[in-house]
Structure formats: C-alpha cells, structure tokens
Ligand binder design. Structure first.
Ligand code: GLA
Length: 399
C-alpha cells in the first residue's frame, strides 16, 4: 500500500473508532541498518535507511474539549490508553504500548508545547519486534503529529533526541540515537551515514536499480533482548574506562590489544566488535558510493561475524539466513548479508543483484524453512523518506 493509501485507511479507521474525520495525519517510517551495529551508543558511525513501512497516526481535537489525549491502535497493541493532560504526565506501567506516544507527548509538554485534548488512532505496517524500529516509527510519527497540531516545528536533531528520551524514560529502553534519527531524517534513494558523536548526517546515494536491499524477517523474537542490550552498553562503558577514553569511538585496535591482559575476555570481545564496526561503517559507505558492491558486501559479512562471535547478539535463525545467503554467493546474486538492528532475532539484510531477487528470496525462504521449521517474511525496499505530514497537506497548511 502506498503511503497516501495508508493515510486514507488510517483516516477510515479513525472515523470508525471515534465517529468523525481526523483533522491531522502524520507518518514515520521504520528502518533497516545496512551496517554500523551497536555503534551509536559508542559515539560511532551508523548507516541506516528509512524503509517503505510506516506508522501512521491520525487525530482530531477531543469532542467536548476534554483535556485528555486518547490513543487507540488498529494493531494488537492492546487496550486504548488515555493521558490526562490536566495532571503531571507519568509513564504507564512497564511494557504498555502507549508509553511510546505518551513519552513523546510528555517531551513536548516539558518544552512548554502543549496540545489541547485530542483523540488519536495509530496504524502501523512496521512489524513489532522485527528489528525494524517499530518503536522509533511510533515515537517519530507522534512527534510529527504534535508538531502539526501545535504549529511548533522542532529542529530535526532535537526532535530525534526528544523521541529517544521518550524511549529511555517511558519505555525503559536505553537505546542509542540511530532509529529516531533515520525515522526523522531519511531521504528517498539515500542511506544516511550518521556520525553519532557530532550528529552530522551525510547522505549516501543508493539509487542504482541494478542492486536491491532484501530484508528477511526470521520471525523470531527472543525476549532476552532488552536486558541484554543494557548489558552490552555497560560492557562497552567498562571497556572505555579501562582504555581511559570517553567512549570506544576514541579507542584503536592497537590500544585494545595492549590492554587485553587488564580486561575480562568478554569485555575485550565486546570492545573489539565496536572498534572494528566503527571502522567498517564509513568504509562500507565509500564502497557503496563507488558501486563496489562486492567490497561493501564483504564488510556486511564481516560485520555479521563480529556481531555473532564478539558481540554475541545474533541467534541461530539469523546465522542461518546469513549462511544461506553466503552459500548462494555472488554468482547467485548475493553480495553480502548480515543481521540488522539490536539482534536476538528480527531481520537480516542482504545486498542483492536486482535481477536475482526472486531466485534469491525463493532459495532463502525454502532453505530457512528446512533448517528452522519457520516461515520467513521477505521484502525488498528502496530507501524511503523520513517522517511526513499527510493531513493537512503541507502545501495547503499555510506553514
Ligand atoms: C536498537 C537501538 C539502536 C541501536 C541498535 C543496534 O535498534 O534502538 O539505538 O543501538 O539497536 O545498532
């Protein structure tokens, strides 16, 4: 479904839920990260792109002027949730889906930007728990909606950081900045090379029709994920402390090697992943820019091996997809493949010759099913644009 159609669908769902038409509709995309994993909270580089899967949020002022924000969702997100705008805002119990929009709303209110009461309806095509940043898409869609409702547009960096704070403070996940940045700043036909220290984004064109990014969702979701994420962050901080640097961005492979005897083996391997991945990411961007698909693909395989062996955030199912892709090889149309996102399940991303996409998908799907008994979901996506307002149409809104 196109974004415009998704907007219409969400407007219909809004009308069914609340009995009137929405006044505002905003959308934000999910993402795949091509390379640069678990580097964002180490001040390193990431290379994500926005994808053509979106979270849409439609809203209208509360009937009767009630000072509350009501959120409903078409998905299996659970119960509708209400935020009382007359009281100090606070998180819902841990695990509640509405913590994402409520956390963003709280960020606006904390900046003195308060919408009046409103009813909202959320619809998403970003699978949740698939490692495609469904949470960032929900946060950024909410922030974009609040911007258009209040007429106060935030600086894009501040907007992404506000959404990240919502995730930290309301959802309780100590994530980095990658997902919210790409959902705000994604550009059609471009990857975004983001320096997470300076927060400087650099657009990398990715529009050659002869290559495609094929995403394979393993359809597994390991619940240990979020606790393990916090643990990895702590291990990186421990390594940086031993190395005497502010973050692993400042560490070198040589310095790490020298400090090996002063470090626990696990902390050493975590740091080795981060240091090598920070090196690989801008290199991969340069190789992609030069249409050197083989070299970029090799860096993707190297990234996967490092995430699997040193960072230990892969899982048997992700490894299976990467092994199958490697088996197909360049002759069969695959340049490279790796897990993408936080790990412990979710998706793998492969750089594939466009002419071979159908055959490659078929082979990965069949072999994956044979190895794991699980049906994978696969799709090809072009790099998409970041968050947008669908209603009122920007050109007619007068802003
Ligand atoms: C999750 C986090 C990101 C990033 C990735 C790993 O998606 O939200 O900030 O750390 O994991 O690269």
């Amino acid at each position: 479904m196109t974004l415009a159609k998704l907007g219409e669908f969400t407007a219909d769902q809004f009308a069914r839920a609340y009995g009137r038409a929405p006044q505002w509709i905003a959308a934000a995309p999910g993402r795949v990260n091509v390379i640069g994993e678990h580097t964002d909270y180490n001040d390193g580089f990431v290379l994500p792109m926005a994808i053509e899967l979106y979270t849409i949020i439609a809203a209208a002022p509360s009937a009767g002027g009630a000072a509350q924000a009501r959120f409903r969702s078409t998905g299996n997100h659970g119960e509708p949730a209400t935020v009382d705008l007359a009281k100090p805002l606070k998180p819902f119990p841990k695990g509640a889906w509405a913590n994402y929009p409520a956390g963003v709303l709280a960020g606006f209110v904390a900046r003195g930007i308060s919408p009046g009461g409103f009813d909202a309806l959320i619809h998403s095509t970003v699978p949740s728990g698939g490692g495609l940043s469904s949470s960032a898409a929900l946060e950024v869609a909410t922030a974009t909606l609040l911007e258009t409702m209040t007429g106060k547009t935030l600086d894009p960096v501040e907007k992404a950081l506000l959404c990240q704070q919502a995730e930290h403070q309301y959802a309780g996940v100590p994530c980095g900045i990658m997902d919210q940045f790409i959902s705000v700043m994604g550009r059609k036909d471009h990857l975004l090379l983001l320096d997470c220290r300076s927060r400087q984004p650099q657009l990398i064109p990715m529009s050659d029709p002869s290559v495609s990014l094929l995403v394979t969702n393993t359809n597994v979701k390991h619940e240990l994920g979020s606790g393990q994420y916090a643990k990895r962050r702590a291990q990186c901080e421990a390594a940086a402390k031993i190395l005497g640097v502010a973050s692993l961005r400042d560490a070198t492979a040589a310095a790490l090697q020298k400090a090996k005897s002063r470090m626990d083996d696990v902390v050493f391997r975590r740091a080795r992943h981060v240091i090598t991945e920070i090196e690989r990411t801008p290199l991969a961007a340069r190789r992609l820019e030069a249409s050197d698909w083989s070299a970029a693909g090799q860096l993707m395989y190297d990234s996967h091996a490092s995430l699997r062996d040193d960072y230990e955030v892969s899982c048997a199912e992700l490894d299976a997809v990467v092994e199958i892709a490697k088996g197909i090889g360049e002759r069969g149309g695959v340049y490279g493949c790796r897990m993408t996102g936080g790990g412990f399940g979710g998706c793998a991303v492969a750089l594939v010759k466009t002419g071979a996409v159908a055959a490659v998908s078929k082979k990965i799907g069949a072999d994956y099913k044979r190895k794991t008994g699980i049906e994978a979901t696969m799709f090809v996506t072009r790099p998409a644009s970041g968050a947008s307002v669908l209603k009122p149409k920007p050109e007619s809104s007068g802003r």
